[in-house]
Design a protein around this ligand. Structure first.
Ligand code: ADP
Ligand code: NA
Length: 333
């Protein structure tokens, strides 16, 4: 049996959006505060898979993501916080997993299909292999629990398949069966402009998402303009079933308030969006403004952020190094 250990990561592309915060970062902080051993990564190696990143922009986004983590309550003294490219064990194990994962498994990854679009011939090999590197990110630490949004469920399942095949092929019980932790009211926050698409930091439309860096006026305006149907909110939660936009705003409210959909409907059932949207905007500003203020304060001292990440990378490598050494030994290197 394996010691419970939490690992997760986010790509440093663009600004963090509300879905990343509610679906991932907020859970990261809760698990840290529950006293679990927590390792959180800025997955910059993944950030270059989908498209070319300007080096200066990538470096800035890396520091900004570190600032967002810390401003959201991630404490580098309690969690290991680092940058994937600084810990070579990720790519070392990633190569081995490229030789464990099967083409047929990779071909089933829906996120590759979404991100590659119609012209998969033009996608990078890295985008195709990314879930295998993600398995290495997780298993380099023997992580047992991975808090993620719903869109990452398939990749965590692939991680389990890779671990199982490695264990089977080499006749060992070396890698754990990692569990995805997908919990809460906001495991899949949808775009504010299109209730069928998930909110994403790489969506070309800035109005589709709330960024952690948005100021109060921008947040209020985006919520006011969010796409909705003309009906008031339903009197029961079941009434949200075929109303994706209304359901999304209720989910966001519940997650921000730290309550349930039922509790939000108990309070706002029957209300018009003219009432509910300003209440949601006020709540969003109340919860997000302190994070954004703290982020800018942290960003004033990039050297301090780099110091924290450097220290985190050393601590991460100390955990991963013996696991990769043992993996090499098992493989016969
Ligand atoms: P993005 O899709 O915004 O580029 P990432 O792929 O870097 O985000 O994902 C970082 C984390 O945020 C993952 O755990 C992912 O599941 C979660 N996440 C991303 N978008 C959403 C969303 N719309 N709702 C809930 N969680 C999300
Ligand atoms: Na994603």
């Amino acid at each position: 049996s394996f010691t419970p250990r939490v690992f997760s990561g986010i790509q440093p592309t663009n600004h963090l959006q509300l879905g990343n915060y509610l679906g991932a970062v907020k859970r990261f902080v809760q698990m840290q505060d529950e006293g679990m051993e927590t390792i959180y990564c800025i997955v910059d190696l993944h950030a270059i898979t989908a498209s070319f990143q300007e080096p200066a922009k990538l470096r800035h986004a890396t520091r900004e993501l570190a600032a967002a983590y810390i401003a959201s309550g991630l404490d580098p003294a309690k969690s290991i916080l680092f940058n994937q490219s600084q810990v070579p064990q990720h790519t070392e194990l990633g190569w081995i997993f490229n030789c464990v994962a099967r083409m047929g498994w990779m071909n089933r990854m829906t996120q590759f299909k979404d991100k590659a679009g119609k012209n998969a011939e033009k996608a990078s090999l890295g985008l195709y292999a990314y879930p295998s590197l993600m398995a290495a990110d997780i298993l380099a630490y023997h992580a047992t629990h991975v808090p993620v949004g719903e869109d990452q469920k398939q990749h965590v399942e692939l991680t389990r398949d890779i671990a199982a095949k490695f264990n089977h092929d080499y006749g060992v019980e070396f890698f754990p069966e990692t569990q995805p932790i997908i919990e809460g009211a906001a495991t899949r926050v949808m775009s504010l402009r299109d209730g069928t698409k998930k909110m994403s930091k790489s969506d070309p439309s800035d109005a589709s998402r709330i960024n952690l860096t948005d100021d109060a006026d921008t947040i209020a305006k985006k919520i006011r303009k969010a796409k909705t149907d003309p009906e008031p909110l339903p009197e029961t939660t079941d009434g949200l079933a075929d109303r994706p936009e209304a359901r999304n705003l209720v989910n966001i409210y519940a997650a921000l308030a730290g309550t349930t959909r039922d509790a939000v409907i108990a309070e706002y059932g029957g209300a018009q969006f003219g009432t509910f949207k300003p209440a949601l905007a006020e709540l969003a500003v109340e919860k997000l403004a302190p994070i954004s203020t703290e982020m800018s304060r942290l960003m004033d001292d990039p050297a301090e952020i780099d110091r924290i990440l450097g220290e985190g990378a050393e601590r991460a490598a100390n955990v991963a190094e013996p696991i990769i050494a043992k993996t090499y030994d098992i493989v016969g290197f």
